[in-house]
Write a protein that binds this ligand. Sequence first.
Ligand SMILES: [Zn+2]
Length: 406
Amino acid sequence: MALVNMKDMLEHAYRNRYAVGAFDLVGLEFLEGIIQAAEDCRAPVILSLAESHFDHYDFELLMPAVEAAAERAAVPVAIHFDHGATLDSATRAINQGCNGVMVDASMLSLPENISHTKAVVDMAHACGVPVEGELGYVAGVEGENAEHHPGELVFTSVEEARVYVQRTGADFLAVSIGTVHGRLKGRPRLDFQRLARINDALGVPLVIHGGTGLADEQFGRLIANGVAKINYYTALSDAAAEAVRGKMDDDGGYTTLLHGVRDAVAQEAARCMRLWGSAGRAAEVLMQCRPWQPVEHLIIYNVQGLDEAGVEYVMAEGRRVLSTIPGVRRVFTGEAMKDRATYRYSWLVRFTSREVIDSYREHPAHKAFANHLFRPHAGERISIDFQETQPTLQAATNVEAESLRA
Ligand SMILES: [Zn+2]
């Protein structure tokens, strides 16, 4: 289990003056390439899923693979929802397994941006999930047609940034200091003085979008001035496309064309990890950052005064209503397989993190369901919250030794 708390991860980077790559992935080849690079470099990494890419893949289908890759990885990983447009999409992303979310409301006026961001921060923090806000406008969108940059670049104002972070409670801030999404002709001129002033004023990890096409030396100065997360996609996309084009003359089908994509993505991502200083940091991050630790809320119970159909109705209603609550990953209802079990029924509700224990209990949807449907019929019951066991390396070694002796 190498999923870690993203706030801890980025604060480690911020304190130690390096930047973690947040690489947008658009399929399994990208996912495997990015993880391969992180493992080769021993680097912490952020797997990023941008809402603007959801036309290219089914988010709900890809997420289990992303989580599996993160859990299997030998390096610390966070899963980030990039450029979320609405409160609902951020909630859905968290419930699907993202442990960081970005609010993209920078096109709104400052007061509107603040109120929208604040709503997402309140929801996400109640799930234990940190939030990246954005102020100013980094022109263009994540994705194809990357040469086109609709809209005018708007630089982040230092004073507005201070107000924005104070009022919203955003954990990280994406700033606009001259980068644009997608490809550029020539090098952009970056406003490092502005960045330095924002960093002095805020003291939170800063984020750069539109990292493609910057010079090595520019990255160095960004990181020296508080940038701890760099969003990166276009160059990976170009490397992947180049790999496919290189196979065009080969005979063979789809898999032949895709054959080099994973390695091309890995190579470019690894170059970034070395350049941005995240290479070689994995062990420290694993030691110093909280693991991302799911919690399961278990209830075993008997019912009074309900027939089978009534019980079924309550369970179906519970699954429907409770699964919409922020921070609820999964609602499982079960029935004992033995006729004479001490407890006949069960609920198993999986939370993203321990913070959800309280916010779930207080959520209006949970209160209404518990008070009107569940409690009036639930008889004797046991209710416990369990946190996933985190074996330390030492404990894991001991258990192995024990079981070998047995
Ligand atoms: Zn972006």
